[in-house]
Design a protein around this ligand. Structure first.
Ligand code: SAM
Length: 345
C-alpha cells in the first residue's frame, strides 16, 4: 500500500505523447542545432536511472527539447527541476509539462554555455566538498557540439568548486558521441586514451553507463551515443591548478604516437628545452620513452608537481607558448629575407 502511494505521488496526469507534442507544436528537428529526440520512455527512464535516486532531488536538465527525458526525471521523484533550453520553440510544450507537475518545474530560456545555473538552486542544499554529494543532479541529452565544451567547462568548475559545484560534488549524467564517451573513460594504455580521459579522471569517477544506438533517436544521427556519469572526487588526484594540468596534458598528447618527451619538451623555450625537459622527467620519475597514452594519472600528477616547481624557479615559464616563439621566428626570417632582397643590386 505504502509503495503504491509512493509511486502515485510521482505519477504525471495523462499528457499527449512526446510524438504528439512534436506534432502539436510543429517541433521539426533543426539540423544545424543537431537536434535528435528520444521518444522511447523506456530509454529516457534508463538514462535517468543512471543518475541514482532522484527522490526529492533538485535537478538541472540541459536541453530538454520536447521533454521526454524531462518526464522521466519528474516521474523519478525530482521535486525541483530546472530546465535550460536554448530553442524558444520548445517552451510552450515544456509549459504544458510544468502545469502537469505544479510547483516542481522551472523553465529557463537560455544558452547553457553562458547560463549561471548555480543561481537556480537554494543555498541550503549545499554540502561540504568532503561530504557525500548533494541531492543536486545535472542531466542532459545535448548536441555533441555542446556537450564536449560543456564538460571541459564543468571540469574546470569542479577543480575550482564554482558554478553548480558550489553546492558540493554535484553529479552529472550526460550523453556524448560514443567515441567521446569511450575517451572519457579510457584507462591507461587504452586505445581511446586521450587528453579528455586524463582531465576527467583526475577530477571525477567516470562511468560509461551504456550505449544508445543511433536509430533510437528521431531523426537518426550518424553515430551511436554513450551515457556517461560523473561523480567529482572528494580528493582530486592532481592537486595543481586546472590550467596548469591542462597545459601538461595538452603538451604530452601533442604527438600521440611519439615518446612523451617529444610533446613535453614544447613546454620549454628552445634555449632551455633540453635541460628543463630532462629536469622535469627526472624529478617526476617518468620514463621519457612512454607514449602519452601510457602515462598514468599518478605520473601526470608527478609531472604537474615537477612542472609547477620549475615554473616557480623560472620566471615567465608558465606563460611560455612555443607557438608564439615559432611565429616570432617565422616573422623574423621573413623580415630578414625581404631585407636581403631589398639590398641586392
Ligand atoms: N532532451 C531532448 C531529448 O532527449 O529528446 C532533446 C535532445 S536534443 C539532442 C538537444 C536539445 O538541446 C535541443 O532541445 C536543443 O535545442 C537544446 N540545446 C542545444 N544547444 C543548447 C544550449 N547551448 N543550451 C541549452 N539548450 C541547448
Amino acid at each position: 500500500m505504502a509503495a503504491t502511494q509512493k509511486l502515485a505521488c510521482f505519477r504525471l496526469p495523462p499528457l499527449p505523447t512526446i510524438k504528439e507534442i512534436i506534432k502539436l507544436y510543429n517541433l521539426r528537428a533543426e539540423k544545424q542545432l543537431s537536434q535528435n529526440f528520444l521518444l522511447d520512455m523506456r530509454l529516457t527512464d534508463k538514462i535517468v536511472r543512471q543518475a541514482g535516486n532522484l527522490k526529492d532531488a533538485h535537478v538541472c536538465e540541459v536541453g530538454p527539447g520536447p521533454g521526454g527525458l524531462t518526464r522521466s526525471i519528474l516521474k523519478a521523484g525530482a521535486v525541483d527541476l530546472l530546465v535550460v533550453e536554448k530553442d524558444i520553440r520548445f517552451i510552450p510544450g515544456l509549459q504544458l509539462l510544468s502545469e502537469a507537475a505544479p510547483g516542481r518545474m522551472k523553465i529557463v530560456h537560455e544558452d547553457i554555455l553562458t547560463y549561471r545555473l548555480e543561481k537556480g538552486f537554494p543555498a541550503h542544499i549545499a554540502k561540504t566538498w568532503e561530504d557525500a554529494p548533494p541531492n543536486l543532479h545535472v542531466i542532459g541529452n545535448l548536441p555533441f557540439s555542446v556537450s564536449t565544451p560543456l564538460i571541459i567547462k564543468w571540469l574546470e568548475q569542479i577543480s575550482n568548486r564554482t558554478g553548480c559545484f558550489m553546492f558540493g560534488r554535484t553529479r552529472l549524467t550526460l550523453t556524448f558521441q560514443k567515441e567521446v564517451a569511450e575517451r572519457l573513460t579510457a584507462s591507461t594504455g587504452g586505445r581511446q586514451r586521450s587528453r579528455l580521459s586524463v582531465m576527467a579522471q583526475y577530477l571525477c569517477t567516470v562511468k560509461n553507463c551504456f550505449t544508445i544506438p543511433g536509430y533510437a533517436f528521431v531523426p537518426k544521427p550518424n553515430v551511436d551515443v554513450g551515457v556517461v556519469h560523473f561523480t567529482p572526487l572528494a580528493q582530486p588526484q592532481i592537486q595543481q591548478p586546472f590550467k596548469l594540468v591542462e597545459r601538461i596534458v595538452k603538451n604530452a598528447f601533442q604527438f600521440r604516437r611519439k615518446h612523451c618527451r617529444r610533446g613535453l619538451e614544447m613546454l620549454f623555450p628552445e634555449s632551455q628545452r633540453q635541460e628543463l625537459t630532462e629536469e622535469l622527467l627526472r624529478s617526476a620519475d617518468v620514463d621519457p620513452t612512454l607514449r602519452p597514452t601510457e602515462i598514468s594519472i599518478s605520473e601526470f600528477r608527478a609531472l604537474a608537481d615537477a612542472y609547477s616547481m620549475l615554473c616557480k624557479e623560472n620566471q615567465g615559464l608558465i606563460d611560455y607558448d612555443f607557438r608564439e616563439e615559432l611565429k616570432f621566428r617565422h616573422q623574423a626570417k621573413r623580415q630578414l629575407g625581404s631585407n636581403c632582397r631589398g639590398a641586392s643590386p
